[in-house]
Structures are given as structure tokens and as C-alpha cells.
Design a protein around this ligand. Structure first.
Ligand SMILES: NC(=O)c1ccc[n+]([C@@H]2O[C@H](COP(=O)([O-])OP(=O)(O)OC[C@H]3O[C@@H](n4cnc5c(N)ncnc54)[C@H](O)[C@@H]3O)[C@@H](O)[C@H]2O)c1
Length: 441
């Protein structure tokens, strides 16, 4: 039997960008929370009341207050924490190789530690995005083997995808329905009761763990395919006198149309990765649209670089500055960032590439074959072309007129005002805009 929720102790395994805000949220609802992480520095800083994740609004206060109130502590001893816990939330990442092989090592080792400590009657919920079937077929049996307990009979087991957007997590926690599916009805009921006690958002029960796992993959794959469609439509429209931005806004005034924005690439550890969780076990031509969408989006960096190349009449020895190494604005994350193929393609075209991203130290960007510069430095201000990859807040006050050699801006995120770029004497390029009639002089 589970404890009444308000007396429960929760172990949150994985205290990263998602796990730490979750831990603070549960503590703020009056539960005792023990956070577990393999990184001693992370644990130490949390126990000192400090959040090591800096970009999350409200997180520093939430961690400080819950640690001071004695409701949140952290440890590297996952098994020890789980031994005290009535509810265990696992939110450690799956790693994916460049060729999209899934590396289960983090979650397997977290699972073994959970199994070592697990109490009879406890509830284990996985929140990490997983391929369909993983909770029931891989992780549950792993817990059973290492603990000697039976899933369903001795402990509850459920999956609930995390759908939050890093940077506005506390806001999303109040808004997004929490999808929950267990391996059996008792597990679903226990997980639903837990989330009702710690979230203000609606808790939404689905039939089983597989449905909950699939819901997250369907949602992210929808966005990937939608962006691919937007890219294809944008390229089609651009060569036919269409104002693509206006056309999409007009199309989306019909309530069933939700065309996303075209761009020079989809990055991060979610949207370009999760379609591969589906494709990994697709058979006999299943999901061909998903596969095609992935390849369209993966090809967009090249589309952008070719656009720039044509506009400048070649990139050989051109000084090109990439703004933003992150995969998107205002987040410090390089996973599958479009900056990686962009820098590579620019180098191969012979450009002199520089990259600026205030969220990273120069050594953190050492893997790029590019000069790492400050956006205000003389090297940056000498750029002949700029590619906007991640439009961080720190860039927003940039005055294009300070770039005295600037001839073209490729706005990979349709983030800036074309008029301001043109006022600085440079061409404004973006996916979905017609190519200038002839190379700029
Ligand atoms: N970041 C996002 O925007 C986002 C959005 C929705 C869902 N998610 C899901 O959340 C998962 C976690 O993402 P994140 O951004 O919090 O990751 P992260 O890299 O910021 O943090 C993960 C933490 O887990 C810890 N960890 C790794 N292995 C561990 C183990 N065996 N035991 C204990 N701790 C361990 C790491 O040290 C790290 O502190 C993702 O894989 C994804 O499934 C993330």
C-alpha cells in the first residue's frame, strides 16, 4: 500500500535541467524529496541550496527555499535514497550516437541502483523519453531481476513523459496535461494519484505504458515532420513569387492548419532524435514520411549555406560568423545542434569561420573548427556574412551597422527584422525567401 501522498518521500533520479525543477516542485508541494545524481558537484551544490542550472526562471529560489525548509536534499547514493522512498521518478537522459544508436547505459545503471534500494509497495515512474515498450520489456524486468520484487505484485511501475520546455518549466508544469500510463491499472492509479498531489495541471490517464511512451514520440515526431513540410513548402513557394511568411500566416488562420516555421535545421536531443526511436523498430516501409522528414530537415543546413554561397558569389576566404552554437535560443545545449553541420559546410566551402555564443566558454566550443569569438570583438565585427543559428537574448541588441564589411545575413531562425539588416547595407536571406537575382557586388 502506498503512503498517503502528503507523507510520502520521493526520490528523483537525475538532477539535470528537468529533474532539478521537478524535485523543487515536489518539495514545494510538501513532499520530502531526495534528489540523486552521479555528479558529486551537482549534489554538493544542491545541498548548499544552490541550483547548478542557471537558465531556469524561478529555480534558484525554489531550490534555496526547499533546501532551507528541509524538504529537499541530494545524494550520490541512489540506492540509499530509494530505500527511503515511496515514489521514485527516473529522469536521466538516454544518449544517442551521431548515427542514432541509443545508448541505454545511464538509464540501465540508474535502474539497477533503483532496484537495489526499492521498497515493497513503492511506485517507480520513468519520465525519460523512451522507445515504445522499454518500460515494460526492458526496465521493469531489470528491476525485478536485481530486486527480487515482482512488477505489479510488489511494486507499481508507470511511464509518464516529460514534455516541459527548458527555460519555462514551472510555467509549463501548471499548464501541460500530465500523461500517465502504468503496466497495470493499479500502477496507473498510483501514478495518477501521485501527480494529482504534486501538480496543478490536469493528469491524463492513458491505457498503458506503451501508449504513454508513444504519445511523447508522436508529439515530437509530428513537430519534426511539420517543420519538414514547412521547409519543403517554403522552398517551393520561394521560387514562385510567393511571400512564404504571409502565406503561412494566412494558411494558419484556418483552425486546422498549424504549419510551423521553416529553418536551416532542427537540433537538440529531442525533435531530431525521437523520430529515430520510432524508426529504430519500423519494418517494411513503415513510417516512410517520418524518415523523409528527417532527411529533409537534416539537409536544410546545406540549403542555407548554398543560399549564402550564391548570394556572395562563392564562400572561398569569406569571413563568416555563426551566431549561436546552441541548438536553439536561450539554452546552453550543443546536442545535435545545426551549428555542427553549418560550421562543417562553411569550412568545406572555403570560408573563414568564426562562432560566437555567450552561453559557452571558449573551451566548451573547442570542438568546432572555427575561431571562437566574442560578438563585439574586432574579428566578429569584420564578418562579411552572418548566419543566425540560435538567436539568444544576448544578441538581441546587436546593431548590424557595426559590422563594417557585412554583405549578407542568413537568418536561419527568421528571428530578426529584415529591414534593419537591409538598412545596414546587407542582403537578408532566409529559407523561403527568393534568392537575390545575381550575386551581390
Ligand atoms: N531538456 C529538455 O528540454 C527536456 C524536455 C523534455 C523531456 N526531457 C527528458 O528529460 C531527460 C533528461 O533531460 P535533462 O535535460 O534533464 O538532462 P541533463 O543532461 O540536464 O541532466 C541529466 C542528469 O542526470 C544525471 N545522471 C546521468 N546518469 C545518471 C544515473 N545513472 N543516476 C543518477 N543520475 C544520473 C546526470 O549527471 C545529469 O545531472 C531527457 O533525456 C528527456 O528524455 C528533456
Amino acid at each position: 500500500m502506498l503512503h498517503p501522498m502528503h507523507e510520502s518521500t520521493v526520490a528523483v533520479v537525475g538532477l539535470g535541467k528537468i529533474g532539478l525543477p521537478l524535485a523543487a516542485q515536489f518539495a514545494s508541494k510538501g513532499l520530502r524529496v531526495i534528489g540523486c545524481d552521479v555528479l558529486p558537484d551537482v549534489v554538493e551544490s544542491i545541498n548548499a541550496g544552490r541550483a547548478h542550472i542557471r537558465e531556469e526562471a524561478g529555480l534558484e529560489d525554489a531550490v534555496r527555499d526547499s533546501v532551507a525548509a528541509g524538504m529537499l536534499s541530494a545524494t550520490t547514493d541512489t540506492a540509499g535514497a530509494v530505500a527511503k522512498a515511496d515514489v521514485v521518478i527516473v529522469i536521466v537522459p538516454l544518449m544517442v550516437s551521431a548515427s542514432h544508436e541509443i545508448d541505454f547505459r545511464n538509464i540501465d545503471s540508474a535502474t539497477k541502483a533503483v532496484a537495489e534500494g526499492l521498497k515493497r509497495g513503492a511506485l517507480v515512474i520513468y519520465e525519460t523519453t523512451l522507445p515504445v515498450g522499454t518500460t515494460r520489456e526492458r526496465l521493469g524486468p531489470m528491476i525485478e531481476r536485481a530486486s527480487g520484487l515482482r512488477a505489479g505484485a510488489d511494486f507499481h511501475l508507470a511511464f509518464s513523459p516529460e514534455r516541459l520546455y527548458a527555460g519555462r518549466i514551472f510555467e509549463d508544469l501548471r499548464k501541460y496535461p500530465k500523461i500517465v500510463g502504468g503496466i497495470d491499472q493499479a500502477s496507473t492509479d498510483a501514478a495518477v494519484a501521485f501527480y494529482r498531489s504534486v501538480l496543478d495541471a490536469e493528469v491524463w490517464e492513458v491505457e498503458n505504458t506503451e501508449t504513454a511512451e508513444f504519445a511523447k514520440l508522436a508529439e515530437t515526431t509530428y513537430r519534426d515532420v511539420n517543420i519538414a513540410l514547412a521547409n519543403e513548402l517554403a522552398m517551393y513557394g520561394a521560387s514562385r513569387d510567393v511571400n512564404v511568411g504571409e502565406a503561412f500566416r494566412a494558411a494558419n488562420s484556418q483552425p486546422f492548419s498549424h504549419i510551423h516555421r521553416p529553418s536551416i535545421g532542427v537540433g537538440g536531443h529531442c525533435i531530431p532524435v525521437y523520430p529515430h526511436f520510432l524508426l529504430g523498430d519500423a519494418v517494411d516501409g513503415e513510417l516512410s514520411l517520418v524518415r523523409d522528414g528527417r532527411s529533409t530537415n537534416d539537409g536544410m543546413a546545406e540549403v542555407g549555406v548554398r543560399q549564402l554561397e550564391r548570394a556572395l558569389g562563392g564562400l572561398e576566404s569569406r569571413r563568416v560568423l555563426v551566431l549561436g552554437a546552441s541548438y536553439r535560443e536561450d539554452v546552453k545545449e550543443l546536442a545535435f545542434s545545426t551549428a555542427i553541420p553549418l560550421v562543417d559546410l562553411l569550412n568545406r566551402a572555403g570560408a573563414e569561420v568564426a562562432i560566437a555564443d555567450p552561453l559557452f566558454t571558449p573551451s566548451e566550443l573547442g570542438g568546432f573548427k572555427a575561431a571562437v569569438v566574442d560578438v563585439d570583438s574586432p574579428e566578429a565585427l569584420a564578418a562579411e556574412a552572418i548566419v543566425i543559428q540560435a538567436w539568444h537574448h544576448e544578441f538581441r541588441a546587436l546593431d548590424w551597422r557595426r559590422f563594417h564589411n557585412l554583405r549578407a545575413v542568413l537568418d536561419g531562425r527568421t528571428a530578426v527584422d529584415p529591414a534593419q539588416v537591409k538598412a545596414a547595407g546587407a542582403a537578408y536571406l532566409a529559407v523561403g525567401l527568393p534568392q537575390p537575382a545575381s550575386p551581390l557586388d
